[in-house]
Ligand binder design. Structure first.
Ligand code: BGC
Length: 365
């Protein structure tokens, strides 16, 4: 009823300007003419331990985007359990979602979920991680090779700043079942391999961390340090893995002497940077990723084509996936404040206890 009243162009324009929620809102209101059913979108997040981002950033920004767009949504977290992932997907499909958005735990189980959704007429989006051989209609993420490149360049900048001579570089890669980990490695190895070849750096131990498990990363790094005592730099694929290495270095009083990289601009990672124990992190503005996903999901729910800015090749499925890719940013001590200014972390959570003084030094107001 209310919808019927709003269906003139003028009032649609008025609604969108009043709610100030951007370009997509006017067409949302338009689509109300056909059916009264609101689109319903289901999102499955992977876990809450491999990175703080999934619960603190992705859940928050996705909920906000869906709320702003006025669609129904259900966001659940599989907590690293592949069985649970499938169960959540089945429940969401049964509950009548129009669009299913997933962050897969591995391509095999992700593909099973995507194929099932497709068979039931549910549209699908791969969020952040591409499901190899999968059937998602769209992929929304960051340029993940660029993320890795920033990490490789970041480590080499910090090694130069420290005037390191022929440092032995250890590598802690992400999960071997995460296509992103492959892309990050392509990015940083593209920077570091030539330096190993030229003899500027020495290639040290290089290992993948199953499921991005932070505790395992600590054990792996401890073994690396035992076998190679002179490690002079650590390429860690995210803040959690980086923090695991830093914790081991702290026990040996070597924190701050060995630059360590990261990713995700987590509170812990940023604090490690302020303290001088971590060299850099990569900030991915998850709000942009979430907003793009909400926009695409709504287009799909309405049977429309969504806007994309890239095409990503799925090497396993040998298909081109229409994608939205956002741009990552490198964060060092001198621009930690940008992450706070962007609202990704608050001063209150970052500048606690001993970090208060470090925050002031770093110009965080
Ligand atoms: C994401 C990273 C995250 C990692 C562990 C990757 O797929 O792109 O942001 O740190 O998974 O959850």
């Amino acid at each position: 009823m209310r919808k019927g009243l709003l269906l003139t162009t003028a009032s649609v324009a008025l609604v969108s300007s009043l709610t100030a929620c951007g370009g997509s809102s006017s067409s949302d209101t338009d689509s109300g003419s056909g059916s009264d059913a609101k689109p319903k979108i289901g999102v499955i997040l992977p876990d809450s331990k491999s990175s703080a981002r999934w619960e603190t950033a992705d859940r928050k920004y996705l909920s906000e985007a869906f709320k702003t767009a006025g669609v129904e949504y259900d966001i659940q977290n599989a907590q690293g359990d592949k069985q649970e992932f499938q169960t959540i997907a089945d429940q969401m499909i049964t509950s009548g979602v129009n669009v299913l958005v997933i962050v897969n735990l591995d391509s095999g189980t992700g593909k099973a979920v995507l194929d099932k959704a497709k068979a039931q007429g549910v549209a699908t989006i791969d969020y952040d991680r591409l499901t190899l051989g999968g059937s998602a209609q769209y992929y929304v993420s960051f340029d993940n090779t660029a993320v890795g490149k920033l990490q490789g360049e970041g480590l080499s900048k910090c090694l130069t700043d420290m005037k390191a001579k022929k440092p032995i570089v250890a590598t802690l890669n992400g999960s071997p079942t995460d296509n992103n980990a492959t892309l990050f490695a392509e990015g940083y190895n593209g920077v570091l391999d030539p330096k190993y070849k030229s003899g500027e750096y020495v290639k040290g131990p290089d290992q993948s961390v199953p499921d991005w498990d932070n505790a395992q990363a600590g054990t792996i790094f401890e073994q690396m340090l035992t076998s190679e005592r002179q490690i002079g730099g650590v390429l860690a694929a995210n803040d959690g893995l980086g923090n695991a290495a830093i914790a081991v270095l702290r026990k040996q009083n070597r924190n701050g002497e060995v630059p360590v990289t990261g990713q995700d601009a987590t509170v812990q990672g940023l604090q490690n940077i302020l303290a001088g124990d971590q060299c850099m992190t990569v900030y991915k503005a998850v709000k942009k990723e979430a907003d793009a996903t909400a926009k695409l999901a709504i287009s799909l729910a309405k049977g429309e084509k969504g806007e994309t800015n890239a095409t990503v090749e799925d090497p396993e499925g040998k298909r081109k996936v229409p994608s939205v890719l956002e741009t990552p940013v490198a964060i060092y001590k001198d621009n930690v404040k940008d992450v706070v200014d962007d609202g990704f972390v608050t001063k209150a959570e970052l500048c606690t206890g001993k970090y208060a003084a470090l925050c002031t030094e770093a110009g965080i107001k």
